[in-house]
Write a protein that binds this ligand. Structure first.
Ligand SMILES: CC(C)(COP(=O)(O)OP(=O)(O)OC[C@H]1O[C@@H](n2cnc3c(N)ncnc32)[C@H](O)[C@@H]1OP(=O)(O)O)[C@@H](O)C(=O)NCCC(=O)NCCS
Length: 208
């Protein structure tokens, strides 16, 4: 394990609730959550439930780190062979719970997004790679370098494995942020049947 990773805090099942709260707060202004929950009050209450399945899957199959026990921020990394989660696995591991909590209307609205990003991921990265499924820093803690430490530590590890990293983002600001870490845009579209922009990005290993 590299020194940067040693400075992070690895999450387990017992941290899921706290991590979902951080992600729920961090994603309030995100285009996807605004689209799914246009009402601000409803958004504040429900966005966190969408992260249960992501953290559960990540903890079970990948590596999930926070900046410290205080969970200023956390990131979910999925290794090669595990990057594509089936719909059934997603539903069983928190998806049904999310559906019950957020309501059918929001889930239905999110379907075009889900239907686009999975196949795009398979098409754009048809090789072994890590997937940065989610990264979130609590709004009050943003701009202090927490996101960068979460990224740098795993980028170093994955570089040593000589593997690329794939991610999706829905804001230009984030796209530019990721470019600073060596990610390149491999596709930029408006997700069909929505108004949501999507940047799919890939970071090639610098050690190949
Ligand atoms: C995107 C996100 C994870 C970045 O995390 P962060 O902790 O805010 O990022 P950092 O602090 O590492 O860097 C952000 C900026 O602060 C600057 N910064 C870094 N360290 C700093 C420090 N010690 N003090 C002040 N600013 C600092 C960085 O240079 C960067 O500058 P830039 O805006 O010019 O790019 C975070 O903003 C977030 O959670 N956003 C909402 C959820 C989201 O969009 N997630 C990603 C979905 S793809």
């Amino acid at each position: 394990m590299n020194d940067e990773l040693k400075n992070l805090f690895r999450l387990t099942k017992k941290h899921i609730k706290q991590a979902c709260k951080v992600s729920g707060r961090a994603f309030q202004d995100d285009p996807v959550t605004k689209y799914m929950f246009p009402d601000e009050i409803e958004r504040r209450e429900k966005v966190l439930y969408g992260f249960v399945a992501i953290y559960k899957y990540g903890i079970r199959n990948g590596e999930v780190y926070a900046t410290s026990e205080n969970l200023e921020g956390a990131a979910v990394w999925i290794p090669p062979k595990k990057v594509h989660q089936s719909m059934w696995s997603m539903l069983r591991n928190g998806g049904f719970h999310a559906m019950r909590k957020t309501g059918f209307k929001a889930m239905k609205k999110g379907m075009p997004i889900y239907k686009y990003i999975g196949p795009a991921h398979k098409r754009l990265a048809p090789f072994d790679h890590w997937y940065l499924q989610s990264i979130a820093v609590d709004p009050e803690e943003q701009g202090k370098g927490y996101g960068s430490s979460l990224l740098r530590a795993m980028i170093t590890k994955i570089d040593n494995e000589r593997l690329p990293i794939y991610l999706e983002t829905n804001t230009k600001k984030n796209m530019v942020y990721y470019q600073k870490f060596g990610f390149e845009v491999v596709e930029h579209v408006i997700i069909p049947k929505t108004e949501i922009p999507l940047w799919c990005m890939l970071r090639k290993s610098q050690k190949v």
